[in-house]
Design a protein around this ligand. Sequence first.
Ligand SMILES: [Zn+2]
Length: 263
Amino acid sequence: MIICTYLFIFIIGAMLGSFFNVCIYRLPRGEGIIFPGSHCPKCQAQLKPWDNIPILSYIFLRGKCRYCNGIISSRYILVESITGLLYLGLYLRFGLGVEFFYYIFFISVLVIITFIDIEHFLILDKITYPSMVVGLIACLIKKDLAGGAIGLLVGAGIIYGIVVVSAVILKMINHPCKDEGGMGLGDVKLGGVMGVFLGWKFVLVALFLACLFGSIIGLFLIFLKLKKRTDYIPFGPYLAMGSLVVVLWGEKVLGWYLGLLGR
Ligand SMILES: [Zn+2]
């Protein structure tokens, strides 16, 4: 019976992932989320409910639109499966308590931000600001508004510091991306969201992990010649990865990190 529960949580995650795909496509384009109904981005054909079943429709249609044969981005099945797995992971970690729903919200926001950042190099205010508000309300309910506010300042402040310092360094060495900078204000606001949800202590761990993942994966992408050294690599996905690890294994990582420092 436990398998049924797992499957149920995964399916709910995949269905919400299907909705996140709509957000990922429409929010950066300034389109409404609810109307119009789902349509093919290439031929504009209205999709039938059976064209819209998470994961399965993509497999049955072999990644092509039923109407115009246009290729459907693999991002659709990717976001649906990842969201399903993440929901399952959060359920295994927290059970079905208040914490589960708290982190479900946070991780869902991170999924949407990650895939928009990968496609558009953008972290939208209309996602980060409302998320901060929701997080602060949750902190208020937990009677720890100060904790959320301090987390926000620490998360946003550290990334803002990195943005300023890296801009100065890029200018000093006259690097070709000196005008874009390594990170932007969108990353600062995302750091704020992370701080609200994780608290100041764990947002530090998440930022440390994000830099670690960013350097390892960044070097790997350059080594495999998938990216050039001067290419812009969005940082949002690494911030999201750092946050996810902290949500699932925060205490363990903190213990290991303090051990490294010899405490
Ligand atoms: Zn089509």
